[in-house]
Design a protein. Structure first.
Length: 390
């Protein structure tokens, strides 16, 4: 049986604000690859932690569950299916992150790489049709007219002389962080909500590799996560994306990695900011769509943990109902994973529900994976907790 990962504890202030605006979150990670798969797995968890913090800082915890595609699901077909299904309003934000191999043709016009994705289960080699241009992910998202999108490609941008070019198609247009009403969360909200448009970031300029190691993950991811954590923890505030991304670029460039032959390498991330004070003329203003009212596992877990709205007795009574409604057995395994991807505790769902029913100030959960048993109920969860600090 796969193990259930619960990504470690983050501290944020509890908020009663309910927003109809939503944050759509996608992580694609090539965790199968022999050379970078372990690092991609670590960075998948770290990026997920960062997205949970951003979601809570925006007070958009009722947003759709994060979409994580790893192993053989990290492929172009799944990507196009996910982005085709994206249904956002002009007040929503979309974040897409790719961790894996990247490359480029000698004739590619885009500054950004082609994503290689995982090798298909039916083959042990890639063909050109498996690849997809990172810039076209941005363009597909912008066709849906969100308020803003952030696209990160944590991968190489080196040349492959045998790879055909891909055309750019036109766009249709566990940590301690501070209070959600404090300057850190406000700084985060200003970055995502003060402008309209898109931001792109990738790990290296044309012709360069992007580096990683199996213990710490991707070099770019560590610098991205570090700067966002400084913002939310009120250690630093960036007035605009240029100052944030230039800092990430410079810090990443200053990080050297030694290869197996003892040679040291660095990488220089590139970014492009296309933001304005108003929605693109190609898009029409749309109202935020109401959040679903149907019960969900995430919502019901947050109810059990909600010491602001429910008494201790009410929270205890909810445990049995949630266990019987969603889980295949009381012995479903949960591994609690810290912010650095290491397991800090193993428990069962029965014990986990008991714990969160006595905890205080849980404000968000990021569910990475929800694996079902033959009964159709959950036997495996992979999630991340976010708590408040008073």
């Amino acid at each position: 049986m796969k193990r259930i990962y619960l990504l470690g504890i983050i501290m944020l202030a509890f908020s009663h604000l309910i927003s109809a605006q939503r944050l759509f979150k996608y992580i694609y990670a090539d965790t199968n690859d022999e050379s970078i798969g372990k690092a991609a797995r670590v960075s998948e968890l770290k990026y997920g932690s960062m997205l949970g913090e951003i979601e809570a800082a925006l007070t958009w915890v009722n947003s759709p569950a994060i979409v994580v595609r790893d192993s053989f699901d990290c492929n172009k077909e799944m990507l196009l299916k996910d982005l085709n299904a994206l249904d956002c309003s002009s007040e929503d934000v979309v974040i897409f992150i790719y961790c894996g191999h990247g490359t480029r043709s000698l004739e590619d016009m885009s500054d950004f790489p082609q994503m290689c994705f995982a090798k298909p289960q039916t083959r042990d080699y890639h063909i050109a049709d498996d690849f997809y241009l990172l810039e076209n992910v941005r363009n597909l998202i912008m066709q849906k007219c969100p308020r803003m999108c952030l696209v990160i490609g944590d991968c190489c941008n080196s040349y492959d002389p045998n790879l055909p070019p891909i055309d750019i198609f036109s766009d249709g247009m566990g940590s301690n962080v501070k209070k959600l009403d404090g300057p850190g969360a406000k700084c985060c909200r200003d970055l995502f909500l003060s402008k309209y448009g898109s931001v792109m970031l990738t790990a290296s300029v044309k012709g360069e590799y992007g580096w990683c190691d199996s213990r710490n993950g991707m070099v770019l991811q560590n610098n991205v996560s570090n700067e966002f954590r400084k913002v939310i923890k009120e250690l630093k505030c960036y007035d605009n994306w240029e100052s944030l991304l230039s800092t990430i670029r410079d810090n990443t460039k200053a990080t050297s990695i030694m290869d197996k032959q003892g040679k040291r390498w660095t990488q220089t991330p590139i970014y492009r900011i296309e933001l304005s004070d108003k929605l693109s003329d190609k898009c029409s203003k749309t109202e935020p769509k109401p959040n679903p009212t149907d019960p969900t596992l995430k919502a019901d877990l947050l109810k059990i943990a909600n010491n602001k709205s429910y008494t201790m007795d009410e929270r205890r009574l909810m445990r049995t109902e949630v266990l019987n409604t969603y889980f295949d057995s009381k012995d479903a395994l949960i591994d609690i994973v810290g912010n650095h991807g290491t397991i800090v505790m193993s428990t069962t769902i029965e014990k986990y529900l008991l714990r969160i029913s006595t905890e205080k100030n849980m404000v968000n959960l990021v569910i990475f994976n929800d694996e079902k048993a033959k009964s159709g109920k959950t036997m495996y969860l992979k999630l991340h907790e976010i708590y408040s600090e008073e």
